[in-house]
Design a protein around this ligand. Structure first.
Ligand code: THU
Length: 305
């Protein structure tokens, strides 16, 4: 690309955005508000092409090239303001096709010419980015040095660095989510529900990536019946799983939601931000978190020491 602008950027996972924010402010960064961004990626012939719609703010088309390296890396990009994002999105979708949509909430901080992004990306979690705009024609060595200095002030270790962009991570998560939903479907199809005739399937992904599924198992003595989620938790524990990172529940209903007892059972092994996909036979109808389903839940930390 000629005449492109250049950025240096670094991306990392962030389990403690409050601590990162405090470290950024201690390093002299100033908060510049919260942005809602929706990036629609199109299948470009060369490099990457996305339509960014931002609130507050407008829309821009961004064509860029970036190498996938787990360190500060250069991105070359071109920006074009988009006055009619809906029409532009429809035209590009028809001509090129959409590969993925990434939605996020971005807390923006500025430290001199460096930008710090504390990003909550839907379906992925929390990240931190450090970005420097490289002045036209200037060498990148000075910028790289400043990005590295800020990185160490924010305590970003090598193990947290990411070499891929959000689009690739969301695509990977969507693929993983599809496998989870299919496991819930297979379990639902094996329901033993002769009394209610309400078949339910549940699938859990544990922190090793393994999927465990279960179905509802009823009984002629009705209170002895067991929900799909409970069966799935039993399968997970039997295979040695102890942490749930994602949940799918499926039934042929408008919106199946786990019963109160299962919400409590899931909370034994899952954090409040764990996504729970509520599915019908056609797929995910709504995604909520366990915390949405079980606010103010009781946990082991409420027990006396
Ligand atoms: N059921 C589940 O398996 N999971 C839920 O989330 C809701 C209800 C089952 C229990 C029973 O076998 C049938 O659905 C009707 O209540």
């Amino acid at each position: 690309m000629t005449d492109a602008r250049r950025n240096l950027e670094l991306k990392a996972r962030d389990d403690d955005p409050q601590a990162t924010r405090a470290a950024a402010i201690a390093a002299g960064a100033i908060e510049h508000g919260v942005l809602r961004q929706r990036d629609t990626y199109f299948s470009a012939r060369a490099g990457r092409l996305k339509l960014r719609e931002q609130r507050p703010g407008g829309a821009q088309l961004i064509a860029y090239e970036r190498s996938d390296e787990a360190q500060e890396r250069e991105s070359r990009y071109r920006l074009a303001d988009v006055p009619d994002p809906a029409a532009t999105r429809a035209a590009l979708a028809a001509a090129l096709g959409i590969t993925v949509v990434v939605e996020k909430e971005r807390h923006l901080l500025l430290a001199d010419s460096l930008r710090i992004h504390l990003d909550h990306v839907e379906g992925l979690g929390q990240f931190v980015e450090v970005e420097a705009v490289v002045p036209r024609g200037a060498p990148t060595a000075g910028e790289a040095e400043r990005v590295r200095a800020l990185r160490s002030a924010l305590g970003i270790g090598d193990d947290r660095l990411l070499h891929r962009g959000y689009a690739a991570l969301v695509l990977e998560a969507l693929g993983a989510r599809a496998s989870l939903v299919e496991a819930a479907r297979a379990a639902m199809q094996r329901a033993y529900a002769p009394y209610s005739r309400f078949a339910v399937g549940a699938a859990l992904r544990d922190d090793t990536g393994a999927i465990h599924a279960g179905t509802n198992v009823e009984n002629s003595a009705h209170p002895q019946g067991q929900c799909a989620e409970t069966s799935a938790i039993g399968a997970m524990a039997t295979h040695g799983g102890r942490r749930i990172v994602e949940i799918a529940v499926m039934a042929d209903a408008d919106l199946v939601t786990p019963c109160g007892g299962c919400r409590q059972r899931m909370s034994e092994f899952a954090a409040p931000d764990t996504p729970v996909h509520l599915c019908g036979p056609d797929g995910v109808r709504r995604t909520v978190t366990l915390g949405d389903l079980l606010p103010l839940g009781f946990g082991a930390s409420d027990l006396p020491a």
